[in-house]
Design a binder for this molecule. Structure first.
Ligand code: WT7
Length: 650
């Protein structure tokens, strides 16, 4: 396998100083598999418990009775673990550095003491709005410190937060408010990003028209820009915070009480509400943050994700704060005011660990090395990537130009469902291979299965679908309100295993390479998108009769969104209509779902039973139509010729 040609072993210094070196990894990994109960019992001590647990793992993957419990009889509070327990030792240490969109605006340094006061105030405001233990609160905020206060305030009083990425549309927001039956939506007036501003409150107003009248809206002032106000429904955070008490005792939550719901795309229909609970999630987020990034006391950690994604939950808020770190919240984008912004921020705040997505690396690589070279990046020690496979060219640039060849790159493979990293090289332990997620984290047992027979493929090298045998503490517990869908999605195709939805290769050295999704989920700029969601948005347009959506390779985004659209009889296929459909999808779902290419399709390739043959559509979108495979089962093979003839990607 040519991919394994060049490897990058850790420097002697890194191997000697890291939490985990090669020998320790092997020993700890073996121990974690041999006796998971003993291993995770010990790790359970990373968090402070109000009632100590006596049970560790209680898991059943049997279809029809799937249950996942960790530390079930313990009680704890996630907010107390992220704040209160650090107050004595590091009350005056910076917990959060807020770096605003506009570099002219001052950064804020929020100490653990201040974080405590702000979180308690927010918690008391929520209580006054009627939020109690078990209630849901939707957070629709920009990347501002109040987003972290809101998360931790919910955790403090036992409310379940569900963050909706601020780039999502009013419709998407309404669906999530209704799906989780939230009592309160927390939003801001406007969200500055990349020098532009999104009217978040206006979006929330539109969404709330489609929600129950009892839903309240707590509004944080970010820009002071214009908003409309509904008396009795809208509440002014900045006014209320003045009078709110800075004390709020943390609730003792059961380890298996939900901490948050996060909606994510699946291969069918509506996004699903992934549920994470408290005890196991906190243990896993804290451990992976410390070990994967070789985080040490005093380090400044920067994950560039948005708190609207799981990466922001685990590696901006819960993991770093549980470990008493200084974590950066960045409101902006990599290219504003110019392509040196990331590196300027690294220099300014002396960042030690930097964690971003391949799509950002590719975009910045395209702007040239000068933007990187003008910044002093000597504080960087470990680099990380997440969200999609990284191509070797981008990996090499990240390694050479950003890391100066000194910084190991942890290519972390995981999912919203997994709560934290499942596979990654460790900085002091593994000889990295560009593009490989390398090794399982402690307690993780990856298996590669033959897709149709579900037979486990032994030996190396092999390629197939990636499943995980057995559980880990950070695993999702259910889909909100639909445990049956949970079982069906993750435990029915490959009985006895957690099915990841990804394909993978294990090379001759036993290292893992993620090859991408094997279902109808695509990965656009590291954001997960169900092709079915884009299709249903398209067919909701009056002029569209039918639509089929597939991914295709895109230089910057990893995958682009390719739409085949059949119009209603009599509609003209014009460029204006293309634009209209593009904007339509943006308003239905959000800008991240913008179609890249729309091809007019007089007909779609279907089997005689009416099933769309996506394999063919994928090939055409990839501009790889020379080998379409067997098309003899098509009802009308001639539609394929038309689609090839008029393909958009050439
Ligand atoms: C899907 C999960 C987990 C945080 C970000 C995305 C893909 C994720 C990698 C990686 C190759 C990756 C997978 C996975 N993915 N990380 N390092 N290498 N692929 O979370 O939105 O839940 O998406 O992202 O396909 O299944 P998500």
């Amino acid at each position: 396998m040519s991919q394994t040609a060049k490897t990058y072993p850790p420097s002697a210094e890194m191997a000697a100083s890291a939490h985990v070196d090669a020998a320790k990894y092997d020993a700890m990994y073996a121990a974690s598999i041999a006796d998971p109960d003993a291993f995770w019992k010990e790790q359970g001590a990373r968090v402070d418990w109000m009632t100590p647990f006596t049970q560790v793992k209680d898991v059943d993957y049997t279809l029809g009775s799937v249950k996942i419990n960790w530390y079930a009889d313990g009680t704890l509070n996630a907010s107390a673990n992220c704040i209160d327990r650090h107050l004595e030792k590091r009350g005056d240490q910076t917990a959060i550095i807020f770096e605003p969109d506009n570099p002219e605006e001052d950064a804020q340094h929020i100490t653990y003491k201040e974080l405590h006061a702000k979180t308690c105030k927010m918690a008391n405001i929520l209580k006054d709005l009627g939020v109690t233990r078990g209630d849901r609160v939707v957070i629709y905020l920009p990347m501002i410190p109040e987003a972290a206060y809101a998360m931790l305030a919910c955790a403090r009083i036992g409310a379940i937060h569900s963050i909706v990425f601020a780039g999502f549309s009013p419709d998407a927001l309404a669906a999530r408010v209704n799906g989780s039956e939230a009592k309160v939506v927390i939003t801001a007036d406007h969200a500055p990003r990349g020098g532009r501003s999104t009217p978040l409150k206006t979006n929330a107003d539109q969404a709330l028209l489609h929600c129950d009248d009892s839903v309240k809206c707590l509004v944080v002032k970010r820009t002071g820009g214009q908003t409309t106000w509904v008396d009795g429904r809208d509440f002014d955070y900045n006014a209320l915070v003045e009078g709110a008490s800075a004390d709020c005792a943390p609730e003792a939550m059961g380890a298996e009480d939900p901490l948050f719901i996060l909606y994510t795309s699946g291969s069918t229909g509506q996004p699903k509400g992934v549920v994470h609970t408290t005890g196991g999630y906190m243990v896993y987020a804290s451990m992976t943050h410390e070990i994967t990034f070789d985080y040490k006391d005093g380090d400044v950690f920067w994950c560039t994700a948005d708190v609207g994604w799981v990466t922001g939950h685990s590696y901006i808020v819960y993991g770093p704060l549980a470990n008493g770190a200084t974590t950066i919240m960045f409101e902006g984008v990599p290219t504003f005011p110019d392509a040196s912004r990331f590196w300027q921020v690294c220099e300014k705040h002396k960042v030690n660990q930097f964690y971003t997505a391949p799509t950002a690396i590719r975009a910045l690589m395209g702007k040239g090395d000068d933007f990187v070279k003008k910044a002093d990046l000597s504080s960087l020690r470990v680099l990380g990537t997440v969200g999609e496979p990284i191509n070797p060219e981008a990996w090499n640039w990240y390694n050479d130009v950003v890391g100066g060849g000194r910084c190991p790159i942890v290519d972390t493979w995981w999912q919203t469902e997994t709560g934290g990293h499942l596979m990654t090289p460790l900085p002091g332990a593994h000889a990295m291979k560009p593009g490989s997620a390398m090794k399982p984290f402690f307690g993780i047992q990856p298996v590669v299965l033959e897709p149709t027979s579900a037979e486990q493929l032994e030996g190396n090298p092999v390629e197939g679908v990636l499943c995980i045998a057995d559980s880990w503490p950070g695993q999702m517990r259910t889909i909100w309100g639909d445990h049956e869908r949970f079982e069906k999605t993750y435990f029915s195709d490959y009985p006895g295993y957690y099915f990841t939805g990804d394909g993978c290769k294990r090379d001759e050295d036993g290292d893992y390479w993620i090859t991408g999704r094997v279902d109808d989920v695509i990965n656009v700029s590291g954001h997960r998108m169900g092709t079915a969601e884009v299709e249903s948005a398209l067919v909701a347009h009056a002029k569209v009769a039918e639509a089929a959506v597939v991914g295709y390779p895109h230089e910057i985004k990893g995958q682009g969104i390719y739409c085949y659209v059949t119009l209603m009889g009599g509609e003209e296929p014009t460029d204006e209509l293309r634009l209209e459909l593009r904007n339509w999808v943006r308003t239905e779902i959000g800008p991240i779902a913008s179609p890249d290419l729309i091809q007019w399709a007089p007909g779609l390739p279907k089997t005689r039973s009416g099933k769309i043959m996506r394999r063919i559509l994928r090939k055409i979108a990839e501009n790889d139509h020379s080998t379409l495979g067997d098309t003899s089962t098509l009802a009308d093979p001639s539609v394929v010729d038309d689609l090839i003839e008029n393909r958009m990607n050439r």
